[in-house]
Design a protein around this ligand. Sequence first.
Ligand SMILES: Cc1cc2nc3c(=O)[nH]c(=O)nc-3n(C[C@H](O)[C@H](O)[C@H](O)COP(=O)(O)OP(=O)(O)OC[C@H]3O[C@@H](n4cnc5c(N)ncnc54)[C@H](O)[C@@H]3O)c2cc1C
Length: 584
Amino acid sequence: MKVTECDLLVVGAGCGGLAAAITARKHGLDVIVAEKAPAFGGTTAYSGGVLWIPGNPQCPAARDDTRAAAREYLRHECGAQFDAAAVDAFLEAAPEAVAWFERETAVQFVPTLYPDYHPTVAGGVDIGRSILAKPYDIRALGPHMARLRPPLRTITFIGMMFNSSNADLKHFFNATKSFTSFAYVARRLAAHLMEVLRHGRGVQVTSGNALAARLAQSALDLGIPIWTETPAVQLLDDAGRVTGAVLGGPGGAQRVIARRGVVLATGGFAHDAARIARAYPHVARGGEHLSPVPTDNTGDGLRLAEAAGGEFRLRFPNASAWMPVSRVPGGSADGRGDGVFVHLLDRYKPGVIGVLRDGRRFCNESESYHDVGAAMIRACEGRSETAMWLICDQDALDKYGLGHVKPRPVPLRRHLRNGYLLKGRTLAELARRAGIDAAGLERTVADYNVGAVHGLDPAFGRGSTSFNRYLADPAQRPNPCVAPIARGPFYAVKAVMGDLGTFEGLSTDVAGRVLRPDGSPIEGLFAVGNDRASVMGGNYPGAGITLGPNLTFGWLTARYIAGAWQPRQVEDAAEPAPSQRRAA
Ligand SMILES: Cc1cc2nc3c(=O)[nH]c(=O)nc-3n(C[C@H](O)[C@H](O)[C@H](O)COP(=O)(O)OP(=O)(O)OC[C@H]3O[C@@H](n4cnc5c(N)ncnc54)[C@H](O)[C@@H]3O)c2cc1C
């Protein structure tokens, strides 16, 4: 068997793995990255590319924010799962890590206007803690361009990526109403089509594709080999110390001896059927789960660590970052199978509500995907099916689209024909087509409309926070999240439960050393990214709360391995978790 030696073997080429690899190389270590998929980038390349970094150097609006306020916010958000040592390390290092990457590498960011997801909770802010990967021209990757995972097909428009934080979306929504927007969209589409003709794909990428491309570019610039189609299949062990791994791949097995150890960064267990059946309540009771996460993320890092004595246990209130999703016929990467659409935007819009099979609403649809997902799991307790139907009328459909259906003038026919979009001349007809309770739906819409004509949602308080309003429609007065559902025909899309990645993971110390069940570290074995149990404790405080910590802890763990950083001693590990939330 071929044997290669290095200082550090990083397993997985997403945000966590590449951040660790780049940092270790910059600190003088000889690094190899082994990646299972034919492309690098992992879930990171599918993502929105938003990082939650309190105190970041980008957002001028956050100047008045303090580390103490962010800590207070996380104390409330994480509750009993608040891990003082990990949170403090994250809050201290995150702005420094971002400044370091911007100074030393091709990884660059721009500010966003995102509020925290619960801005009225003590320590929450209305703006300034989330940053976004700066768009990137991937031609800079040269021959490696073809090895970058393309964006998630269902959230592109004919392969073109939107930028969630700039004028893009506003122009696309306004294209039929404003000449400026129409001209903008026409220019963007023409440029994109030229790119596809020349390069076989869009090359001006945004969001997570830009983040993955920038990280990969930085690693390749440093001479770090990224071996694609090379999964880690076994760890090498020498008297309890991890000394490398056996890698598979089309060329056959090989051994990599890693003098400083192995960093597991395989992106969590979103596609490990056995583990999610244990970890997800809706799957345990027989419900469907559709994950947009790449299918390579099968929990390999967790299995490798467990075989070496590492601990994985279920400890959080939510095992994953929940996301309501819908199944899109023909939406897979090659267009032959079903794809998964993530309901990131439509739920916030006025005139769109979510109901259960009995026709009842169950939550404030303008809360985060994770909160709506958690509410959906709770509302469907005791049933085998966990699902909701997003409902709107013709006006809302024309303005905002619904799920994968784009706003006017993009045609609907395909979606109606393949059953993705359901239509009824009346609410009762729509309910019958969707298989939901017709009387229940009519009653729900009638009740909702009583307040909605005045912009009110007494049942669930839509529009009550800056976050509710952030992705809504500012043109809708007085409440950007609320409009009546009035003019037929009416439409529905069925959403089931999905995830953006797993929160549960390996037990580690702050430095990222994988721990045994007795709390002792396994020498030479580290976990970063979603292989490591989330610092947020299974909670979702704001936009970018996985990528922010993944970049930061990737940086810290690599610096620890290189001998450039030591975690602080914890002074207040026993500090009680807060139970009181400030009223909205
Ligand atoms: C649509 C979408 C939008 C999202 N938007 C955001 C956002 O804006 N902000 C945010 O914070 N989070 C977001 N997320 C979540 C975020 O993308 C993930 O949590 C994050 O990318 C995980 O990073 P990672 O490095 O742990 O794993 P990944 O990026 O998934 O990388 C793991 C890599 O390991 C590889 N691998 C697996 N097994 C092996 C093996 N045995 N050997 C070698 N390699 C292996 C995989 O192929 C993969 O390339 C989003 C997720 C989705 C799906």
